[in-house]
Structures are given as C-alpha cells and as structure tokens.
Design a protein around this ligand. Structure first.
Ligand code: AMP
Ligand code: MG
Length: 343
C-alpha cells in the first residue's frame, strides 16, 4: 500500500518535472492581445502588446506608462515643478541650465521652427495662455483683441524665435516667449515608451496617445489596423491603415480642442503670424514617419503652413508622407502614405 502511494507521488513529481523542463526549453506559450489605458499628457494613452506572456506584459506596459509620466513631469508647462515651468518662470534674458533630454527635444523643435519660417513655434506659450485651450472648463470666447495685438507687437520686437540654446543652457528673449512643447512632447514620449517596451522584450505593440500612434511588429503576422478619425464626425473614420513593422502616425486637427464663437471655429493650433487659430484651409493633417517625435512635430507644422508650404517642408524629410484633409473634405495623399478609404 505504502509502496503504491510512493509510486503515485514519484509519478506526480516526475510529471511536474517534465512540464517544468518543457516550459524552460520551449518557453511559455505566448498570449494574444493585452491592452491597458492611462490618462497621461492630457489624453488617454492606450498600449496594446501582442504575443507576450501574461506575467510579463503588464510590467512592460507599466514601465512604458511610467516613462511617459516622467517625460510629462519634465516637459509639461502645466506641472509647476517641471523643468519647462521653471524655465518659463525665469527672468527673461538670463541663461538657465538645460537638461540634456530637454535640449534634444528643443533642438528638433527649433529645427522645424527654422524650416517652417516660424510657423511652428515652441516659444508661443504666452499666446497659448491667452487662448487657454488647456483650461478646465475650456474657453468659450476668444481673448481680447488688444491682448493679441500686444503679444504680436512684443513678438515683432525680437528677431528670430527668441530662444537661444548654447552650452547646455537656454535663454528666452522677452515676455512674448515661453516654452509650449504641446506640439512635440507627446510624440517624443511615445517613442521613448516604445523603446521601453522593446527593452522589456516586447516586439509587437501599438501605442495610441490621442493623435500620436506608433506600432512595432505585427499581431501574429497580421498587420495592426488603424483608423484615422473623421475631423467632423467623432465616431467616423476617413482612412484606414494596415501597418506592420516600425511606423509612426500623428494627426493634428482643428477638432481636438476648439470652440465656436459667433459662427467661427477657434482651435488650439495657433498661427504665430496672426495670433489666431491657424486657417490654412485644412481640417486635419496626418503624418507617417519613422518615429513619433518627427511625425508629431511635422503634423502640427504642416497644419499651420497649409498645403503648398507644408508639402514643401515635408519634402525635406524623405521617409515621411502625409494625408491632408481640406476644409471642403477633399484630400491630398502623398505617394508614401499607406492608407485606403474606409469600407
Ligand atoms: P498637436 O496636437 O500635436 O498638433 O499639438 C497642438 C499643441 O501644440 C497645442 O495644444 C499647443 O500646445 C501647441 N501649439 C499650438 N500652435 C503651435 C504652433 N504654431 N507651433 C508649435 N506648437 C503649437
Ligand atoms: Mg504635433
């Protein structure tokens, strides 16, 4: 009797050992899609990963979200303790230390500023403050015309962007300049989050941070399916994309934050030349690029520049492509843009 019991126990132990050995040799079986969502950088950020063992997917997604939160804590002008907020609070004309990371982000911002002739302007914080699109509750009326005039006068009193960077230090020219990285920081954060996922062993993922999306790999060999929002119908799509590999898509539109006052639509993408919302004849601009950082910067820049000047800027970035939607609903799609009309 005792021998029989021993035999059974030995059998169970042997079976467990074989299972454990098999798991070590062939690895745990991969799972399907796992998804998580957080509110970060003023938007809902969703991360989906494919083919990752359940126990590893959640820690990887957590680490990616933490990286985005870290970047928000450094680059948001609304976080009082952020590096950007402290640079904005510093006396104008004085040199301030600049972290290596912020310097990198700002350097691309300044490059796009230069190439766009100042239409893309990461120093328009005081104008953004006047309009207050990030306020809660959101504004319902435009700022006083005299305040916009004052800002424009102040702005023309300086030459160039009013932001100087030298030897890891930064200097803002006058009160017309304050950093607003809203058009660029989310794209940078998405790239960093994807790097973190890769470091955690995730090869197949989709990050969707409002207007900024990036994909890696596939869903078990099948492409990631992405829909681009209809600028005038929140639940409609204007294009669908089936993408594999490493691609970023960013969209800037006049529907993200806006109000209508006396029949006029005012939205959060501002034209520094007029002090008002950009009116370039476009409702939305989607950019496909190798990374979200560039896609984010270019989508905002092209929105302000409009069709002709915008497409000329795009030509300087050979691996990028665009889908522009005009105010009349017609579209312009450059040859590299991988989208089709929705079914
Ligand atoms: P996006 O949704 O990426 O197009 O970015 C819009 C955000 O960029 C706004 O909420 C502002 O924070 C900022 N922004 C607005 N106008 C400009 C501009 N002309 N150049 C650079 N950033 C801008
Ligand atoms: Mg942008």
């Amino acid at each position: 009797m005792i021998d029989r019991k021993r035999l059974i126990i030995a059998g169970i132990v042997a079976a467990l050992f074989i299972v454990a050995l098999a798991r070590t040799l062939i690895g745990p079986s991969p799972r399907g899609i796992q998804t998580d969502t957080r509110l970060l950088m003023g938007t809902l950020v969703t991360i989906s990963v494919w083919g990752v063992e359940k126990g590893r997917a959640q820690p990887a997604m957590n680490a990616a979200f933490e990286e985005m939160a870290r970047i928000e804590a450094r680059m948001s002008r609304f976080v009082a303790t952020s590096e950007v907020a402290s640079l904005n609070a510093a006396e104008r004309g004085t040199w301030q230390p600049l972290s290596e990371e912020l310097e990198r982000v700002m350097t691309l911002g300044m490059e796009i500023d230069g190439l766009s002739g100042g239409a893309f302007d990461i120093g328009l914080g005081p104008l953004s403050d006047l309009w207050g699109f990030s306020r809660e509750p959101p504004p319902e009326t435009p700022p006083e015309p005299r305040d916009i005039r004052k800002w424009l006068e102040f702005r023309s009193a300086r030459t160039g962007p009013g932001i100087e960077i030298s030897e890891h230090r930064l200097r803002l020219a006058n009160a017309s300049v304050g950093l607003d990285l809203g058009g660029i920081a989310k794209g940078y954060a998405v790239d960093r989050a994807m790097e973190i996922l890769e470091r955690e062993g995730v090869a197949h993922a989709l990050i969707n941070a409002g207007g900024d999306m990036r994909i890696a790999g596939s869903k078990g060999g099948k492409p990631w399916h992405i829909g681009l929002r209809d600028p005038r119908q929140a639940d409609g799509v204007v294009a669908v994309m089936d993408l594999k590999g490493s691609v970023a898509i960013s969209t800037s539109g006049d529907y993200e934050r806006f109000f209508i006052h006396q029949g006029v639509r005012h939205h959060h993408i501002l034209d520094p030349a007029t002090g008002h919302s950009a009116r370039s004849g476009l409702m939305s601009v989607s950019i496909q690029a190798p990374g979200s950082f560039l896609a984010d910067a270019l989508s905002t820049a092209l929105f302000v520049l409009g069709e002709t000047k915008g497409l000329a800027l795009l030509e300087k970035f050979p691996n990028s492509a665009a889908l522009l939607i005009r105010e009349d609903g017609s579209r312009i799609q450059t040859p590299g843009f991988i989208a089709v009309a929705p079914p």
